[in-house]
Design a protein around this ligand. Structure first.
Ligand code: PGA
Ligand code: ZN
Length: 432
């Protein structure tokens, strides 16, 4: 690849979708090409994630300032990578990992490193005058002979740490597996979301939205929510074409190996029995973080029981980390992985984790964070890697739609060269 020398790097503090500070980094190459990226931020963050560096000064943005991370980019990282080749993503990311020197990017901050990693790839794509999704494929020399538009998983009811709805389960998602294209999938999800809004209003339930654009009604039981979603799908005419998926984010309601669920104390096997009942009654096709992030034996048992008919996605348990994923693969602790760029902190490591998962037969879901920005990077990433699925929240609020809108553009650009992933990533093989 041609040498795309980095001329300047500049980070600034901007705001994310919760109105909290985050980083935006601009990179300019010697040939004038420009790349910009913004980093997202989680709320139900896994304990084992790379470190998001925050200032911690209680008198400044309640401790959430990002001046330290800003400094990392504008001083240490800038001096280390100015003049380097933005087209050599691996070396660039490696240089930042070495400069940080810690095991979890705590010195420079994963937020600082990621903003540079992504901005560099955008600048390189701009210089080569190719779309970002094509550039990522080329930068990692991926020999894929198709372009797959991911199946979106749209979080339409928000609970857990993303809302004050009182629901333990964090995300209730619509998955339009029966669409024939990505844009049709979005149409189906949007219509169903609007139908759901009418159903909630008719029951005098709140239609205000949570962090990911889904509704956040105060509903007593999770089963009731599943019933409302099924009604919305049916009334919209999409029975069988839109499936339901959950992200329990169970670490948030687990203590000492037990789960406080609907005000009862349940064991991992009792939680598993609940999920099993819902798979049977509501046809759930995917369960993310059904158990807590360090409950390996619970995950193994759950995957053995449910993994042949349901996607079992590890988010907080794997944190996009190759070592944790390797353990999950070895122990059959799940059959899928959630991929979040800022859990690991560079584009290179993210791509490597995806490849490791795909090689082992684990499916991948590329994911946003609950604190997002207008940056649509993950839309391109999902197509570049033929990831097969993406979750970016409800079909509501622009920081959620920016990724889906980017995928609509990519689908249009690729025209008949692309295929919509549909049900394919949700067909599970029995666990060995
Ligand atoms: P987070 O939630 O971004 O708040 O961590 C998203 C998820 O758990 O998938
Ligand atoms: Zn999750």
């Amino acid at each position: 690849m041609k040498n795309l020398s980095i001329k300047s790097i500049k980070a600034r503090q901007v705001f994310d979708s919760r109105g909290l500070p985050t980083l935006e980094t601009d990179i300019v190459l010697e040939d004038g090409s420009f790349g910009r990226a913004m980093v997202p931020s989680g709320a139900s963050t896994g304990t084992h994630e790379a470190v998001e560096l925050r200032d911690g000064d209680k008198n400044y943005f309640h401790g959430k300032g990002v001046n330290k991370a800003l400094h990392s980019v504008n001083e240490e990282i800038a001096s280390a990578i100015k003049g380097k080749n933005a087209g050599d993503q691996k070396s660039l990311d490696e240089a930042m990992i070495n400069l940080d020197g810690s095991a979890n990017k705590s010195k420079l901050g994963a937020n600082a490193i990621l903003s540079v990693s992504l901005a560099a790839s955008r600048a390189a794509a701009a210089s080569l005058k190719i779309p970002l999704y094509r550039y990522i494929r080329e930068a990692f020399n991926l020999k894929l002979n198709s372009w797959i538009l991911p199946t979106p998983m749209l979080n339409v009811i928000n609970g857990g740490k993303h809302a004050d709805s009182g629901l333990n389960i964090q995300e209730f998602m619509l998955v339009p597996t029966g669409a024939s294209s990505f844009s049709e999938a979005l149409r189906m999800a949007s219509e169903t979301y609007q139908t759901l809004k009418k159903i909630l209003a008719s029951k005098k339930l709140s239609v205000g939205v949570g962090d990911e654009g889904g509704f956040a009604p105060h509903i007593k039981t999770h089963e009731e929510v599943l019933g409302l979603l099924s009604d919305a799908i049916l009334q919209s005419g999409y029975e069988g074409k839109i499936k339901i998926a959950l992200d329990a984010a169970a670490s948030e309601f687990c203590e000492d190996g037990n789960y406080t669920f609907e005000s009862k104390t349940l064991s991992a096997s009792e939680m598993t029995a609940r999920y099993k009942g819902w798979i049977e009654k509501y046809g759930l096709i995917s369960l993310e973080d059904p158990l807590s992030e360090d409950d390996w034996s619970g995950w193994k048992a759950l995957t053995a029981e449910l993994g042949s008919r349901c996607k079992i996605i590890g988010d907080d348990i794997f944190v996009t980390n190759p070592q944790r994923l390797a353990k999950g693969i070895k122990e059959n602790a799940a059959n899928s992985i959630l991929i979040k760029l800022n859990q690991i902190g560079t584009l290179t490591e993210t791509v490597e984790t995806v490849l490791q998962a795909q090689k082992a037969g684990f499916s991948c879901v590329i994911s946003h964070r609950s604190g997002e920005t207008e940056d649509s990077y993950i839309g391109d990433l999902a197509v570049a890697l033929n990831a097969g699925a993406i979750k970016s929240g409800a079909p509501c609020r622009s920081e959620r739609l920016s990724k889906y809108n980017q995928l609509i553009r990519i689908e249009e650009e690729l025209a008949d060269q692309s295929i919509y992933s549909g049900l394919a990533p949700f067909r599970m093989k029995a666990v060995a």
